[in-house]
Write a protein that binds this ligand. Structure first.
Ligand SMILES: Cc1ncc(COP(=O)(O)O)c(C=O)c1O
Length: 396
């Protein structure tokens, strides 16, 4: 019998549907905003990473439109050939200053930063030490190296020490310790100060992915290195993204000038993929302008987080280990988490369930993402919906 070359895809997809593991894609009809139109329904948005609502800030929009007028809509090349515009270089200078680093390098996305940079740092004869709950883009970056992999229990410093002793038995040439800054499923923070201290004792490199701490943690949103009062001598790779709280798109890494010189010559995702359109680079620069001059956005984000957490926990919800504007409502059972999300949607609240295999089978939850653009009235509406549906489903 002649093979059906792609018939297996339908078989696999049908299985996902049968197991309720397929993604049902929603259509956003307009901007990603605290109040948004999704599939024809006006909802309060509790699942966007646009923490500061900067994607709708007039200064970012104006900067993007102006850059189209002056620089066109595309960059025409990869950065290394003819795709480095003055805007890309200005963005890197401004980001480095914002981060208190010697230099910064931008990538097309956070994912491609991890995928492109990690494999340049370690190879055969080296070791990577990774938190067990690190993001998929880190895992893919790690998979592209020949370094030996070691995993420590989530945020467990005793286990990190144990793993580092294990690593030393191989006498590796280099050691890379890598962690998310804020873990996106639980909203808890990596103890980066302790990780840096443990790493120093072994001469290890420290790499933090601050995608969810960017413009959220630290002085004026300067990120996790600032949050722990560390420097880029302690944490040599502060990686992040412009696609969440910055409200735009793009990955980046900050640290020493030597690191940036090396990384741009070696990262395949930097060398072999086109640079950002001018509008994207200009909007990212404007986001830094806003963060440097309008402190209220980060402040309001945290106020909204406290307001929401107080009321949600007050009515009996468990928010797990959340320490940040990522606030899970723990449910346990996957089917119940799906029912809660659907019930909330009927009340005009968009908050999505996180179920197996994204989290353990008994750790299903609704993940709420706070936003500085949410009004108290909108938060109250969300809280009222949580109370009504949670009681109906006997979650609270
Ligand atoms: C921890 C973490 N790292 C990296 C990324 C990827 O960032 P980007 O969307 O810019 O590719 C994400 C986004 O989901 C993330 O949560």
């Amino acid at each position: 019998m002649v093979r059906d070359p792609t018939g297996w895809m339908k078989v696999e997809y049908d299985k996902l549907v049968q197991d309720h593991l397929d993604w049902k894609i929603r259509e956003l009809q307009g901007p990603s905003a605290p109040k948004a139109k999704v599939d024809g329904v006006e909802v309060i948005m509790l699942c966007s990473n646009n923490y500061l609502n900067l994607s709708n800030h007039p200064k970012l929009k104006e900067a993007a439109m102006k850059a189209i007028k002056t620089h066109g809509v595309g960059s025409g090349s990869v950065r290394a050939i003819a795709g480095t515009m003055d805007l890309h270089l200005e963005l890197e200078r401004r980001l480095a200053k914002f981060k208190g680093a010697e230099a910064s390098l931008t990538y097309s996305a956070g994912f491609t930063a991890n995928e492109g940079l990690i494999p340049t740092l370690v190879d055969d004869g080296d070791a990577i030490v990774s938190d067990e709950l690190n993001h998929g883009s880190i895992i893919d970056g790690v998979r592209l190296t020949k370094a030996k992999r070691f995993v420590y229990k989530h945020r467990d410093m005793a286990d990190l020490d144990r793993v580092l002793s294990e690593v030393e038995k191989d006498n590796p040439r280099r050691i890379l310790i890598i962690t998310d800054g804020v873990f996106s499923m639980d909203g808890d923070i990596a103890p980066l100060d302790k990780i840096a201290k443990a790493g120093k004792e072994h001469g290890a490199m420290i790499y933090v992915d601050d995608a969810h701490g960017e413009a959220v943690l630290g002085k004026g949103g300067r990120g996790i290195v600032s949050h722990f009062n560390l420097t880029h001598k302690d944490v040599q790779f502060e990686m992040g993204t412009f696609s969440k709280a910055f409200g735009v798109m793009g990955g980046h890494v900050s640290g020493s000038r030597d690191m940036v010189n090396y990384a741009l010559n070696k990262s395949r995702s930097w060398l072999l993929s086109a640079s950002h359109p001018p509008a994207t680079a200009a909007a990212c620069i404007a986001a830094i302008d806003v963060l440097e001059t309008e402190e209220k956005w980060v402040k309001t984000l945290w106020e909204n987080r406290e307001y929401f957490v107080k009321r949600l926990t007050g009515m009996g919800y468990n928010i797990g280990n959340s320490q940040t504007p990522i606030v899970p409502a723990m449910v346990g059972d996957s089917a119940k988490a799906v029912d809660l999300s659907e019930g909330l949607y009927k009340e005009g609240i968009l908050a999505l369930p996180i179920v197996f295999p994204m989290v353990a089978r008994d750790k299903a939850r609704i993940r709420n993402m706070m936003n500085s653009g949410l009004t108290k009235a909108q938060l109250d509406q969300a809280i009222a919906a949580y109370e009504k549906v949670g009681k109906k489903l006997h979650i609270i």
